[in-house]
Design a protein around this ligand. Structure first.
Ligand SMILES: Cc1cc2nc3c(=O)[nH]c(=O)nc-3n(C[C@H](O)[C@H](O)[C@H](O)COP(=O)(O)O)c2cc1C
Length: 382
């Protein structure tokens, strides 16, 4: 076991125990209010033995984690801590949240559309009102300071949006009120920290769920000198998507989809794209005095396909206008760079087209269209 420090919301230091192999699929363990990671050590140990990497976190103000000086301990500060920790993990974890930790997990994952976790286990996710009634440390004043008022509806709405595998584990004395249709459920007797038979049956239920819904796949490292491995390895570099456009010798617009776009220099302002020598648009782009690079937004996936495919009237079906410097600019793009040709370099079966930017324009509100491992993607984090 090793210790790891995470940075939470506004830089708050959060302490975690990490067990298991660093390449194993991760599980993030969020304890209940009033507990620490030590209370879940037995469960963390069992999960690590079953082949998972378990990150057991102390929530702010608990165990080894910092109590922020600004005394921010509303529900949203805890939720922002969880978001920050997720952003620091190398892969999307299954989140196991107990009580308050379960509320946090449901809200963080559900409100993001379910992309942030590979699965969710909510342990004893009680009704907020029940919890306030039975737990002395949740008296009404504390509840309002924690911004728990109105949370019930928020948690239920978020949980119903979780698309990842979901297990609700009812613990003795607290009735789960979340019943999304996709959820599996299980009950167990025993109080945390779990020990003896209670720990064994709890862990067995958990491991069974994980092995059925998120089976362990051994990490696969591929290497080679062949063209397929080279292409697949390049596909690990996530990019945006652009359409490079110009006017051909007859004044007709031409263009193709390209993700080989890179910024080169700020002063002078230079960028580059790599164009396949055998692309139909290659002669026009190589000879064009000016060209434009249009960076695509999430709504332009069909446009990207159109400019990468054959046979379609690319410009007939796409809104565009002639830009200030005479290049075809695609309307509604995330950003457009009108360029003059600065240099053309040989680059194997491609040529490297370097442009000096004459004018840049962009629309900051839009999300980019992304490309990774041969598929279009979208941002998960705002
Ligand atoms: C996401 C994506 C990225 C691409 N990136 C490039 C690139 O950087 N350079 C290139 O020459 N072709 C790239 N292509 C392929 C061209 O868009 C495709 O071959 C297109 O049909 C060429 O059109 P053309 O032959 O009419 O010029 C990419 C295609 C896709 C879908």
């Amino acid at each position: 076991m090793r210790q790891q420090e995470f940075r939470g919301f506004a830089g708050v230091r959060l302490q975690a125990d990490v067990r298991g192999h660093e390449d194993a699929p991760p599980v993030l363990l969020l304890h209940d209010a009033g507990q620490t990671r030590a209370d879940w050590a037995g469960v963390a140990e069992a999960l690590a033995l079953s082949g998972r990497q378990v990150v057991s976190l102390d929530l702010r103000g608990h165990g080894g984690s910092e109590w922020p000086n600004d005394a921010r301990y509303g529900f949203d500060a805890f939720a922002d801590d969880v978001r920050a920790v997720l952003a620091q993990m190398p892969a999307r974890p299954l989140i196991l949240g107990a009580g308050f930790g379960g509320w946090l997990a449901a809200v963080v994952v559900g409100e993001e559309g379910g992309h942030l976790a590979s699965g969710l286990v909510l342990v004893g996710a009680p009704a907020v009102a029940d919890r306030l009634a039975i737990a002395p440390h949740f008296d009404p004043a504390v509840a309002s300071a924690l911004a728990l008022t109105g949370l019930e509806t928020r948690i239920a709405a978020a949980a119903s949006r979780v698309t990842a595998p979901l297990l609700l584990m009812d613990c003795a004395g607290e009735s789960a009120t979340l019943h999304p249709e996709s959820a599996e459920s299980a009950s167990f007797d025993g109080a945390v920290p779990l020990g003896g038979e209670a720990l064994d049956s709890f862990s067995a239920t958990l491991v069974d769920f994980l092995e059925r819904r998120l089976p362990l796949a051994p990490p696969e490292y591929r290497e080679g000198r062949d063209a397929r491995t080279f292409r697949d390895a390049l596909g690990c570099f996530a990019t945006g998507v652009t359409i490079v456009t110009a006017m051909d010798g007859e004044g007709k617009p031409i263009g193709l989809t390209a993700n080989s776009f890179t910024s080169v220099s700020l002063d002078p302002p230079l960028l580059l794209v790599c164009i396949a020598n055998n692309a139909g648009s290659a002669p026009a782009l190589e000879g064009a005095e000016r060209f434009a690079v249009n960076v695509l937004q999430i709504g332009q996936q069909l446009t990207s396909n159109r400019f990468a495919g054959k046979g379609e009237d690319r410009f007939g079906a796409t809104p565009w206008a002639v830009g200030e410097f005479g290049t075809p600019v695609l309307t509604g793009s995330l950003a457009s760079f009108e360029c003059e040709r600065h240099a053309v370099h040989e680059g194997g079966d491609h040529f490297i087209l370097v442009g000096r930017v004459l004018k840049a324009s962009f629309e900051p509100q839009r999300d980019p269209l992304l490309y990774f491992r041969g598929k279009y993607r979208r941002l998960h984090f705002a």
